[in-house]
Design a protein around this ligand. Structure first.
Ligand SMILES: *[C@@H]1O[C@H](CO)[C@@H](O)[C@H](O)[C@H]1NC(C)=O
Ligand SMILES: *[C@@H]1O[C@H](CO)[C@@H](O)[C@H](O)[C@H]1NC(C)=O
Ligand SMILES: *[C@@H]1O[C@H](CO)[C@@H](O)[C@H](O)[C@H]1NC(C)=O
Ligand SMILES: *[C@@H]1O[C@H](CO)[C@@H](O)[C@H](O)[C@H]1NC(C)=O
Ligand SMILES: *[C@@H]1O[C@H](CO)[C@@H](O)[C@H](O)[C@H]1NC(C)=O
Ligand SMILES: *[C@@H]1O[C@H](CO)[C@@H](O)[C@H](O)[C@H]1NC(C)=O
Ligand SMILES: *[C@@H]1O[C@H](CO)[C@@H](O)[C@H](O)[C@H]1NC(C)=O
Ligand SMILES: *[C@@H]1O[C@H](CO)[C@@H](O)[C@H](O)[C@H]1NC(C)=O
Ligand SMILES: *[C@@H]1O[C@H](CO)[C@@H](O)[C@H](O)[C@H]1NC(C)=O
Ligand SMILES: *[C@@H]1O[C@H](CO)[C@@H](O)[C@H](O)[C@H]1NC(C)=O
Length: 682
């Protein structure tokens, strides 16, 4: 199917080139010679032009072999490879990807262009539906981002019937974010129509088919979350609290990281009208916020496609702090969390979702932002509010990371204590699009809300295990024999505790006797069970629970990943907190979180471990990436709560409530919190 699509595009491309040459337009002829010259230095272009540029790069067999070797050998450190060959129920139909087998297929397969190769690789990794194990190549992913002016939402009407609509706020968002493209889009609309008349319209068909056909096609390739409902939700717009304020997330329909589509046909019925009309809207591609300027193919490749200082790891014996900083900034570009200070990034493990695009910088419209003044303790990703009922406090938490670990930890205790002193007896925690962050902040938040009890002391999160492949075991041997002079290795025993939570001692080879197991008929090996490493906390937690966990509602669009999962799962499964998904398809079971993991990391970090341990020459060590690529992995996997001997990752997390959205609550945080109080906490 891919190759037919490619061939079609090539036919279209060569047709338009010959047309251009026959008109003898020199500019066009220039771009026939170099299809990337025409898009260099431009802010807005058409996705087709970006695609023709990308497709002009042939596969370089040496580079292809390099990418596959790095990814393959890095996956030896990903805990979930064999589980993901076929996940247990209820996820067996969601996750069934033999990624090692597919890499072998890809290495044999021929591709019309390097871009086609990238698409296959990227989608292969995405089929794991694991937001930690993602392959990114900054040469293509979000170099340009394609947009439509019509983000969609799933709303229910007064009869409880759910339909797809253009977001009521669509025009407000677009006129603030893309003022320079409004004319372009309006010029292609029929005479009597403006973009503003489309806001709030009911969508009857997308490209001539039922809207959910498009929702489901996207769910099949978007990746990131195991739950089908969660991947459906990715299609729709939503909001996110970032360290820069309340942002608008366009959703996969209106925002795409690759230039695959030129336009879309929408059959709609505008607000207060019974007219049915079909409009064709072109995607417009905007130069990415983290992409580097170029003028032609050569400079595009040079500036955006080759490995940079932060792409690969480094031997800590010979590197300086500035080089180290590059590793965190380059590989972390598309992580869904604020930038972390280097000190904290090295000191505190994270469990964080990675996407094929950077965090959005589109503003949530002013009318939808909470109008109330944030209360004491509020800072960046953590904002506290009191609802008008005088008994419901709200913690809006956009991430478990912040630039400073200590400040976020302080903010959470000050904010929640403040709410309690104002009379809050129940709590809404809004973690919409929260991609995780610091592991120990998840433990801290659980501990301070629920108080000291068997589910929080000493372990407020999940016990974990890491993969014990031959190279990982050798790293531990090197570390305990003295290569890790500053005790900064993730393989240093002093970082970890036994299953009974007592600290391992220096020099102890904790991987000497791995736990051998068979998963999906494949042999595997893991470390002994690890206990918690967060307590005692640097800060003293309160002696009593701040809230009754049964009076806590954890609310999101299901896109609560990594450390957000650690927090939500332990609160819900152990302490009885209520879980609420907003806006899910009511016919599909909704998971309140996903991409659980235990700790995530990526190639540059593993490569640093390998180089510092003096093992880069080992046959199992991945070479350096030649390309501007990132490979993320789950490095530790959490054990379950209901089934304590199996990973939590593929145990179900059914939401207690699916709060349907209406045209008055959609993308309006305060309206959603009030609806949660009425439907869940009253
Ligand atoms: C991936 O690595 C394994 C060894 O871990 C090897 O058997 C396999 O051939 C490699 N696959 C590819 C495509 O290189
Ligand atoms: C909002 O939805 C209600 C029905 O649920 C409808 O009567 C009303 O016209 C809608 N308003 C807008 C602005 O779409
Ligand atoms: C949109 O509709 C036009 C006219 O019917 C058709 O030619 C085109 O192929 C459609 N586009 C898509 C993406 O379905
Ligand atoms: C739709 O009709 C309602 C009720 O008459 C009105 O309040 C609303 O402004 C109308 N909306 C639009 C977009 O015309
Ligand atoms: C990239 O190009 C834009 C427009 O040509 C210019 O404003 C910007 O300063 C350039 N950025 C860099 C880093 O050169
Ligand atoms: C990489 O680091 C070296 C030495 O610190 C520096 O000279 C070079 O400009 C850097 N390259 C890039 C692409 O940042
Ligand atoms: C250890 O820390 C010192 C001081 O920060 C630093 O100069 C040195 O490079 C580090 N060495 C290793 C192997 O991490
Ligand atoms: C908020 O903080 C200020 C300054 O620290 C303090 O005076 C005030 O009492 C606090 N308010 C609440 C409600 O905690
Ligand atoms: C915890 O487990 C380790 C390993 O089994 C053991 O050596 C240690 O004595 C135990 N500590 C406590 C306090 O039970
Ligand atoms: C790897 O092998 C090469 C060539 O044998 C040698 O020059 C280099 O020092 C070795 N590197 C390490 C990290 O052992």
């Amino acid at each position: 199917m891919l190759s037919i699509w490619t061939r079609l595009l090539l036919v279209v491309a060569s047709f338009s080139f010959s047309l251009a040459s026959s008109f003898g337009i020199s500019q066009e002829i220039l771009s026939v010679d170099d299809p990337c010259a025409g898009i260099g230095g431009k802010k807005w272009v058409s996705p087709g032009d970006v695609r023709r540029c990308f497709e002009s790069f042939p596969v370089d067999p040496k580079v292809k072999a390099n990418i596959i070797e790095v990814v393959n050998k890095t996956l030896a450190f990903h805990t979930s490879v064999n589980y993901q060959v076929k996940a247990p129920e209820p996820f067996s139909s969601d996750v069934h990807e033999d990624v090692i087998g597919d890499l072998a297929r890809i290495s044999k397969q021929a591709y019309a262009s390097d871009f086609d190769l990238h698409l296959d690789l990227s989608r292969t990794l995405k089929r794991l539906n694991d937001g930690h194990c993602v392959y990114i190549n900054y040469c293509y992913d979000s170099l340009f981002v394609s947009y439509l002016p019509t983000p969609l939402v799933l709303l229910s009407d007064e009869n409880g019937q759910q339909d797809v609509y253009i977001a009521p706020e669509a025009f407000t968002v677009v006129s603030e974010e893309f003022p320079d493209q409004i004319d372009y889009w309006e010029n292609v609309l029929p005479e009597h129509l403006t973009l503003s008349t489309l806001s709030g319209a009911k969508v009857l068909m997308i490209n001539g088919a039922y809207p959910f056909d498009a929702v489901n096609s996207n769910a099949a390739i978007t990746g990131g979350y195991t739950g089908y409902g969660t991947r459906q939700n990715s299609f729709f717009s939503s909001y996110q609290l970032t360290d820069g304020g309340w942002n608008y997330v366009m959703g996969n329909f209106a925002q795409q990281s690759l230039p695959l589509y030129d336009s879309v046909n929408l059959t709609v019925m505008p607000v207060n009208s019974s007219d049915i009309m079909t409009v064709t809207l072109p995607y417009r591609a905007r130069f990415g916020t983290t992409s580097l300027n170029f003028t032609d193919s050569a400079s595009l490749l040079e500036n955006n496609c080759r490995a940079t200082n932060g792409t690969n790891g480094m031997d800590l014996h010979v590197s300086n702090e500035a080089d180290l900083a590059e590793i965190f900034t380059v590989a972390g570009k598309f992580e869904q969390q604020p930038r972390i200070s280097i000190g904290d990034a090295r000191k505190h493990g994270t469990n964080v979702y990675m996407d094929v695009q950077p965090q959005t910088d589109v503003d949530l419209p002013e009318v939808l932002k909470p109008g109330k003044k944030p209360l004491n303790g509020s800072q960046g990703v953590a904002q506290f509010y009191m609802l008008d009922d005088g008994v419901t406090g709200v913690l809006a938490l956009g991430s478990f990371s912040a630039e400073s670990f200590d400040e976020l930890q302080t903010s959470l205790i000050v904010g929640l204590t403040g709410l309690k002193s104002l009379g809050a007896t129940q709590l809404v925690v809004d973690v919409t699009n929260n991609g995780g962050g610091f592991i120990c902040i998840a433990h801290w938040l659980h501990r301070i809300i629920s108080g000291p009890r068997s589910s929080t002391v000493p372990q407020a999160g999940l016990d974990t295990t890491t993969r014990a492949g031959p190279l990982a075991r050798l790293i531990v041997k090197q570390v305990v024999s003295g290569t890790d002079v500053n005790a900064s290795s993730s393989y240093n025993p002093t970082q970890w505790t036994f299953a009974n939570h007592s600290r391992m001692s220096e020099g102890y080879d904790w991987m000497a006797s791995p736990v051998r197991t068979v998963i999906n008929s494949r042999e595997d090996a893991f470390s002994q069970r690890l206990g918690q490493e967060c307590q005692p906390f640097d800060m003293r937690p309160p002696a009593e629970a701040l809230f009754n966990p049964k009076k806590v509602a954890i609310v999101s669009n299901g896109r609560c990943g990594s450390s957000c999962s650690l927090f939500s799962i332990t609160m819900a499964k152990e302490d009885g907190a209520k879980t609420v998904v907003v806006g899910g398809n009511k016919e599909v079971p909704q998971q309140y979180c996903g991409t659980v993991g235990g700790q995530s990391t990526r190639f540059s970090h593993i490569d640093t471990e390998i180089k510092t341990a003096g093992l880069k020459n080992h046959s199992l060590a991945p070479p350096d990436f030649l390309t501007n690529s990132v490979q993320g992995i789950t490095w530790r996997l959490g054990f379950g709560i209901w089934d304590t001997e199996e990973p939590e990752e593929w145990q179900s997390h059914p939401a207690d409530y699916n709060l349907l959205l209406t045209n008055t609550t959609v993308n309006n945080p305060v309206a959603i919190w009030e609806a949660v109080v009425t439907e869940v906490l009253s």
